[in-house]
Write a new protein. Sequence first.
Length: 730
Amino acid sequence: MARAASILSQNILEFLAREPDGLEVAEIVERLSAGDGAVSERGVRNLLNQLVKEGKLIKRRGWSKKPGAPPYVYCHPNTVSRQLNLFDDIPGLKKYSLQTKSQVETGALDRQELERQKKARSVLENIAAGHIHQELYARAIVNIAPKLAEENPVELLVSMAQWAVSDLNRLGEEIKLKLKRGAVEEAQKLAVRLDSYLGWARSYFQQFWRLDRRVEGLLDEIPGILELPAQPKHFFKDGQRAHLDEEKARKRLQERIFGNKLIEKREVPANSHKAAAGTDASVADLFLDHTPGSFTPPDPVAVTTAAAALITQASNGSPAGEYQDFDIFPDKLREYEDGYAAAEGLLLSPNLKSNSLLLDEGKFQHARAAAMDRRQYEEDFRISMKQARWRSVGAAPELGISSRPTLIVRDGRVFPLEHRLQDYEAGGLFGQLIRNQIEKFMQVFHNTVLGSDRDIVYGAAVKNPEISWLAPLVFWYLHSQGAEVDGRAVVGPEDVYQFPFSDTAVSHLLFLGLANRSRDFSSHRLFVTCRVLRRFSDIVLKGEQMPAVISDRAGIRVVRDNIRKDWIAFLEQRIANKKAQHLQNIIDLDDYSPFIYLCSKVGVSMFYAAPTSAYQTMASRDYSGAHFLLPRLEVAISTERLVSEPNHEQECLDGMLSWLAAEHWDLDSAHTQSGFDTENQGHRLPILVPDVTVRAHEAVTFARTRLGEEVHDEIRALIAELRRRMGKDR
């Protein structure tokens, strides 16, 4: 029987490789029956699903003119275009390139995080190929998962911080002894390592977990939670040492972590959503044909777009229909000047980049990211206000649809990519664009989480997290427990500071370890990590500027996050300090209103989750099945409501998980994390995302064949207008 399944699989892969548009189940059954005799449709369907899980096929929605949701089609990975041919064969367009939201987010990752994602991808590929015995880190994580899952995350982090303090002090003492013995070269090597470890500890404990440093004023000081010497030399020259106030650390972490276990298996309430929407954005760099003899440099025109997908459900929970909403052509674009279009995130002309007073070279890439966010927040806002113009994928499957879904899932994080206070205060078009982006995000949050109905869960699936908070904790735990594989310890202290894998792989391996132990794959059950609160105010200042401090008659004190008056006082003193230094503040205090709103009210709850059923095929002793990565999931929460409504975060969490528990997940093979597609090896490592995220990505990179000539005509008109502008500027 296994041999017969293998032959059928090979036949399916061979004829799908010749079908660029893919085939439906019925078409595949018909072809197999013609060649090998009668086959079972149910058996073929199960085989196709297995090939999808193994990454050998891609499953996506097809196109249909019949009522109801269109059927699924199965495609060979080699026939799926990464970027759909939206701009092909349009007169006046020399060439183009498309970048999705995830690709832009990847560009913002630091080198170490990219390297971790690369290593994680490589390890999981080897596991999928059956070489688990070679991957000691992965085996150690899988083995320790059942024990680690039961641990209290607050106590784990306090112990981890204590370990880091002791280890940094130990290293500083070691440098001091080597200098005393005259081993200067060895001491210098250790100092370089200590400097790197100090940088990581500041980023992880002080900036992410907000175990704040001590702040010194002219006459007084604010005691800190975690003290770290600024440089390695302070350990052996001034005798400084790292120090942790354990009780303050525990109190701070209790304020920022939801859940008493690191991982739990949750029985999620029945899905209450009649409709859920996903949104995505992309940017197209258009290179236009030039007039003969033109000296205009071939810089691209960046045109941003956003789109949404809506999935509705019938009363019995079955899919009722799918819809799309597009914002590919900004309304009345031809009436806008280049400056206004840029400030609204519609279009970034090369003329702006050539004029450094408008948008200098260093800020152009940041402006592209901000423009994409601006368009996507606009799409989120239109959905929340019932202004989306939903068009059916296929013929209209029902007479009425839920025009205001109760769940919105962004492709990309809830918070803006560009969020620094210094950028919000910037002059020129860049500052104006950032302020417009922040204001639109504020409007979306207000009309979802704080809306009068309070019935919209506003979330996100982050395929490329900029920081890993789970992985360092897991590798420290492995080190502290002396975890062994094949009789030897696998994690040293250096693996805590320079942890090799990112969260997106570590969370998957932990869930796999739990699945191996429990063997419970009931429907509506999910593996869910503890959740981490991150406030908007946590990311507005650079690390060395944190925490935000204000002065009053009693001395200096830290800004209280939820208190609007404190943020006003902080900004008033910031403006006054600039004036004292003879610096100009571009904006007035009134202009900070959206920023103050977000700092005092807005946060996200971040976590990793996956359905237990996704691990059923892998839960065996030799678990060499198809692996996948996990996105970081987020839900927006009101930090104000957390004070008066302790269950607020739990309600938002359940709102997202209830949709996911109802099998609204998809393995996204065509658009995986950071473009980690191993085409040359014939294997793709997908990322498990909410289904509306995949649909939104398909909508924002749709083919003109799906929308017809109206799209082609609109783009042709836009290209003509861009050429007219460029000719006018010459």
